[in-house]
Design a binder for this molecule. Structure first.
Ligand SMILES: Cc1ncc(COP(=O)(O)O)c(C=O)c1O
Length: 397
């Protein structure tokens, strides 16, 4: 077949230049190849950072299941959904299994909701700063991502949701609004006050509320799901952050919609789920046995975060070149803003080559290139973080 006989989908053009060489990753790879030890402060895979689900417990759980069974059920097994409903109940959120649809990941949950409400060319609102994954999830559906800004609180340095600001970004093409709470990487949350303001605006556009980091809040006004929203609400979560099981591929959508829309939404979402039937049977069977481990898994991760947070705060306080000291109230990330007149990617490259410390530039998450914001993972190995911050301190002197 010659090249002229086929063409790739135009959705790849919507995603931007996928072949663009990432100089920072390339430099890191070259340094590693030549035997340098990198202080990687960006790791967010708990299974590589000593925070994995206990392997012996996993073996035990799966060895006691009858894995030969398969019930092709669009929404997922009733027993699996019951276990998830019970977990919501423990959080004070009343729901039923008919309001839950299982997916193979939270990312897949996004794609189901996009299919439910959008046509090619429609707009989806996402927070900025925010997590770059959303641009790809949206672009792959032939949709257009439109950012709404998070507001920076001048007193605390925290980034917060503003109902009015989001509403101002809505156009006639807006079909869905994405809120992430706690947000990656800012820790922003949809608080009770936010929902009160949002509901007052009377906007009926569906909302996707991503709460994958919900177990990881430390201070400030807590994350909330509205009890009886006056708009269609889709709460997405999954095991990757909740149970440190990113490889087990279980996510879900919880519907919290006004009664009038509920049955149509359920029917259409079930149709999408039934078409793919992507959730594997073993994880569904294991789910009721996995939930009892949640407290232990999350306590371990929270302890890691609190210890690393203390290190990061001390580092920020002792360093005169750091200008912004947000409290970082939730989530897995810490933001360090440097008082340097340089592009953030240039400074990250300099830090990497001179100190072998690897951090993410803030612009990868939508912060301005000129703000020199560095993003550090709070689930980093504690020793690696300590050594990395020491090296960074020397660099900044
Ligand atoms: C805010 C947020 N949502 C969704 C995801 C994707 O989660 P999953 O692994 O369940 O697809 C991530 C991954 O890091 C994330 O940070």
């Amino acid at each position: 077949m010659t090249e002229s006989q086929f063409s790739f989908s135009s959705r790849f053009q919507l995603l931007g230049d996928l072949n663009s060489e990432n100089k920072i990753y390339q430099t890191k790879q070259n340094l590693e190849k030549t035997g340098n030890e990198i202080f990687d402060l960006t790791g967010s895979n708990p299974t590589k950072l000593g925070l994995e689900f206990p392997p012996s417990a996993l073996s035990h759980i799966f060895s006691n299941l009858d894995l030969s069974q398969y019930e092709p059920q669009a929404e997922g097994l009733e027993s699996t959904r019951q276990a998830i409903v019970a977990d919501y109940k423990n959080r004070g959120i009343q729901t039923t299994t008919s309001n839950l649809i299982l997916t193979a990941s939270t990312s897949e949950a996004y794609s189901y909701i996009f299919k439910l409400f959008t046509n090619p060319g429609d707009e989806v609102l996402t927070p900025n700063p925010g997590y770059p994954l959303f641009s790809f999830l949206i672009g792959l559906e032939n949709l257009k991502e439109v950012h709404y800004p998070l507001k920076e609180d001048p007193e605390t340095g925290n980034w917060v949701y503003s109902a009015e600001t989001i509403a101002n970004c809505i156009s006639t093409k807006t079909k869905l609004i994405v809120l992430v709470s706690p947000a990656n990487p800012t820790g922003s949350r949809t608080t009770a006050q936010f929902w009160k303001e949002w509901e007052t605006l009377g906007i009926k556009i569906p909302i996707l509320l991503d709460e994958v980091f919900v177990g990881y809040e430390f201070s400030g006004e807590p994350h909330q799901i509205p009890e009886a929203p006056n708009f269609p609400l889709f709460v997405c979560n999954g095991f990757s952050k909740m149970l440190a099981l990113p490889g087990f591929k279980l996510g879900w959508i919880l519907l919290q919609s006004p009664e009038v829309y509920q049955s149509e939404i359920q029917k259409n979402l079930s149709f999408i789920a039934d078409t793919y039937l992507s959730v594997n049977a073993p994880i569904q069977l294991a789910t009721p046995e996995l939930f009892p481990w949640k407290t232990m898994i999350q306590n371990r991760i929270r302890t890691r975060i609190m210890r690393n947070l203390a290190q990061c705060i001390l580092f920020s306080e002792e360093n005169l070149k750091i200008i912004n000291k947000p409290a970082m109230e939730a989530g897995w990330y810490f933001l360090i803003e440097l008082n340097l007149e340089k592009k953030d990617e240039d400074i990250v490259l300099e830090i990497l080559t001179q100190t072998k410390v690897f951090v993410h530039p803030g612009s990868w998450y939508g912060f301005s290139h000129n703000r020199c914001i560095l993003v550090v993972s709070l689930i980093s190995d504690e020793e690696v973080l300590r050594n990395g911050l020491l090296a960074l301190q020397t660099f900044l002197k």
